[in-house]
Design a protein around this ligand. Structure first.
Ligand SMILES: [Zn+2]
Length: 464
């Protein structure tokens, strides 16, 4: 789907199409199977009219999270020497009573330009090709140590002196809920599947700041080894794949870090009045994919907590700007009437979006997704692809067929609020692919840090 701001690629497309040879070739092309009116009808018939939103209130606050990564060469000689950087920006946007938050000198409103180049994002440095840290013999060992150290670092903590307020402890909260024998039912413990050195496993590790060692070989082990990113780290090659994996995991860990903070420190109303935007599908791929099941359980625990106070489920939206679904939408968009919604079911996905792929055995995304993809065309004709968390904590709900249940609109209590929020932001979201920057365009956005005063102010506000 073309977005403004991506004009460069659009311009180059039209240059290609102007070429007479290309035009001649296009004239010769024929469809193997032309899309018939009937087929177009079949596709558009699957869309429904979205629920009415005129009486649906907006959330008071939005937290949007976006990551970026980069691998820099620090030496042009061989063997190449590289360092990786991962940056995760979180911004807070207040949709009401913003003035109430500005009562102190702590909150410094951002301008868009400043956001794009802000220094207050969480930044991680990772050793890549040909780099080791003191006391370590390989890139892999150094990478593991650096990941763990920085996840527990003071910059990820809500309270500087309390390591249990760190992002690493949030990982414990998720990993301890892991189903199927790898969970611990105790947020102070998690399991790693093997010792990366001797491959004995699984091992249970504690949430303590001290260095832990493998009981078998005595080598150092780290709680964040559970993410298994280290398996993709090499000594003398680019480690961009592993660096990118770490960035994607951060993008999904951070919302739960804030959610945990609000759960532990603020009135439940605060969480219920907040929306989270993450980039891309609600899914975790690769060696850390197991985390998606822990997330499903954690989310349902939070929703149960909210329900006790008669509050609606957490509003979390994964907005997709690229990928196969977005490409597909580019093809069908002109046939879709305005004001339409569709929960993509597996039949549709394998017929129209992933036509060359064999259907997954237990349904699409069984090993990776924690949320359902929707296509939504607004009343003014802008089309979005977004995800909402599945309304279950397992993909084997007792007596229910998950593949059927996951596409039932009535299971998504937060759907009208999600549609309301996307509609509210639609022109900004459409223009800019980076959600925090898109939202900061019109609203005053505050850079959010785990230990920042903004969180204190928010918490106090919600208690008042
Ligand atoms: Zn070992």
């Amino acid at each position: 789907m073309p977005y403004e701001g991506e004009l460069a690629s659009k311009a180059s497309h039209s240059d290609i199409l102007k070429n007479p040879d290309i035009q001649a070739a296009l004239q010769e092309f024929e469809y193997l199977k032309p899309p018939s009116d009937q087929e177009i009808q079949e596709v558009t018939n699957r869309f429904i009219e979205p629920p009415p939103i005129d009486k649906v209130p907006l959330p008071g606050f939005v937290i949007a999270i976006d990551g970026s990564d980069y691998e820099a060469s620090i030496d042009e000689k061989l063997p190449s020497t590289k360092v990786g950087y991962v940056k995760a920006s979180s911004v807070l946007i207040s949709l009401d009573e913003f003035a109430a938050l500005r009562d102190g000198r702590f909150v410094d409103p951002f301008k868009v330009a400043k956001l794009q180049n802000n220094n207050s994002a969480l930044t991680f440095v990772l050793p890549s090709a040909n780099i080791r840290t003191p006391g370590k013999t390989t890139v892999r060992e150094s990478f593991r140590a650096m990941v763990d150290q920085q996840l527990m670092g003071e910059r990820t903590r809500f309270t500087e002196k309390d390591y249990r307020s760190s992002l690493r402890t949030t990982l414990f909260h998720l990993a301890s809920r892991r189903p199927g024998g790898m969970g611990t039912d105790d947020p102070r413990k998690l399991k790693i599947h093997t010792c990366p050195t001797c491959e004995l496993g699984p091992l249970t590790l504690d949430d303590i700041p001290d260095q832990q060692v493998c009981p078998n070989c005595g080598a150092e082990v780290y709680p964040s080894d559970c993410l298994r990113i280290w398996e993709e780290v090499n000594d003398f090659q680019s480690n961009l794949a592993a660096i990118n994996r770490f960035m994607l995991i951060l993008e999904h860990l951070l919302p739960f870090h804030y959610i945990r903070y609000f759960k532990e420190n603020a009135a439940p109303m605060m969480l219920a009045n907040m929306a989270f935007f993450v980039d891309g599908p609600l899914a975790i791929f690769g060696t850390s994919a197991w985390l998606h099941r822990s997330i499903m359980i954690y989310l349902q625990d939070i929703n149960q907590h909210l329900k006790k106070y008669h509050l609606p489920p957490l509003l979390m939206i994964g907005l997709q700007k690229t990928g196969q679904v977005v490409d597909h939408v580019g093809l069908i968009d002109r046939f879709l009437p305005n004001n339409r919604l569709f929960a993509i079911d597996d039949n549709y996905r394998y017929e129209y979006i992933l036509a060359s792929r064999d259907p997954a055995k237990n349904g699409f995304g069984f090993e990776t997704y924690y949320g359902q993809d929707f296509i939504f065309k607004t009343a003014s004709g802008r089309t979005f692809v977004f995800g909402l968390p599945y309304p279950f904590n397992t993909k084997d709900p007792a007596g229910l067929d998950f593949v059927q249940e996951k596409v039932k609109y009535q299971n998504y209590l937060q759907l009208p609020r999600a549609i309301r929020l996307i509609t509210h932001f639609e022109s900004d979201l459409y223009k800019n692919a980076v959600v925090p920057i898109a939202l900061a365009h019109r609203y005053t956005a505050i850079s959010l840090q785990p230990g920042g005063r903004v969180l204190d102010l928010l918490t106090k506000k919600s208690l008042a």
